[in-house]
Design a protein around this ligand. Structure first.
Ligand SMILES: [Zn+2]
Length: 302
């Protein structure tokens, strides 16, 4: 047991405070860009032609023959698809710290951010589409973007979900299973509903323990059991993982591969050139950001 492990007995506010105080989740990291961001849109750059319409469904990663999967260098070289990461969607309270407000997007600010995406012609894609694009060069819709929500907060269901529905947007919800059914967090039924409605549920550990510290049984507790729980809830295989705090190390990647994950998501740090599928970048859409700031960050960070 390390001091980093969150006890299920910790008050949730303390959990939140701890989460928010970690350096991996700073606004600075959200602004990081890689050295050579390609300017072209992924679909156009890949096909060299007009962007194809969005495929209605993307193939399951397991159905793509290994021989058809591009090598790491080719995957790394493809233009990145912008991916946003959200946590809480609620109005700020007096007790919210300055740092926490990056992770708490006020309701009106969230609505404006999503409206901006719709008005700007963005189309949400899901991980299977991203996987097919990265591994085989499959076409994506024009102006693709992925929306992801971490940590199981209830307002993702009550506030974000209806807002996304207005625009026909789908999203990915990375669930930490320790929270399921607790006050302020989603229930199993709500997670199932999100899945049934065409969103994707991803694994985000049991209690947000840092992957870099896992030893032995931690892989069972933090990855195997919670992922099985999510598969039981959704009735679907869970193919995608998000590292808590975006933190990963090279030792974690073979462990994720061994467990059948097709891809894994970090935050704004650089991708791993050997394993770009297991270090897919996301930026945290800050609660401080106007729609214009969000748009600039999307353009600059990917
Ligand atoms: Zn998280």
């Amino acid at each position: 047991m390390t001091s980093f492990r969150f006890s299920g007995l910790l008050p949730l506010a303390a959990l939140a405070t701890t989460l928010f105080s970690l350096p991996a989740c700073s606004t600075n990291s959200a602004a990081v860009t890689e050295t050579s961001p390609p300017a072209a849109t992924p679909a156009a750059a890949d096909s060299g032609a007009v962007a194809a319409p969005a495929p209605a469904t993307a193939p399951d990663p397991a159905s793509i023959p290994a021989g058809s999967v591009a090598n790491a260098a080719a995957i790394y070289a493809r233009p990145q698809v912008p991916i946003l990461c959200y946590h809480q969607i609620r109005d700020w309270r007096p007790k919210d710290s300055k740092g926490a407000k990056d992770y708490i997007v006020p309701v009106d600010a969230f609505k404006k951010q999503i409206q901006m995406l719709a008005d700007s012609g963005y189309h949400t894609i899901l991980p299977d589409q991203l996987y097919a694009y990265l591994t085989t060069g499959a076409a994506l819709p024009d102006k693709p973007i992925m929306l992801t929500f971490d940590d199981t907060d209830l307002d993702q269901f009550t506030v974000a979900r209806p807002e996304l529905e207005k625009h026909g947007f789908k999203a990915v919800y990375f669930v930490m299973t320790v929270s399921l059914g607790r006050p302020r967090y989603m229930s199993k039924a709500q997670v199932k509903q999100l899945s049934d409605e065409g969103n994707v549920i991803g694994s985000h550990t049991w209690d947000h323990h840092n992957v870099k510290k896992y030893q032995g049984q931690d892989w069972v507790t933090q990855i195997d059991k919670p992922t099985k729980t999510l598969e039981e809830i959704t009735g679907k295989k869970i193919n995608y993982f998000a590292y808590p705090f975006g933190l990963w190390n090279p030792e974690a990647i073979p462990e994720l591969k061994k467990r059948g994950f097709a891809a894994a998501f970090v935050l704004a740090e650089k991708r791993d050139q050997q394993d770009p599928l297991y270090t897919i970048r996301r930026i945290i859409a800050s609660g401080y950001w106007s729609p214009r700031t969000l748009h600039n960050s999307i353009v600059q960070s990917f």
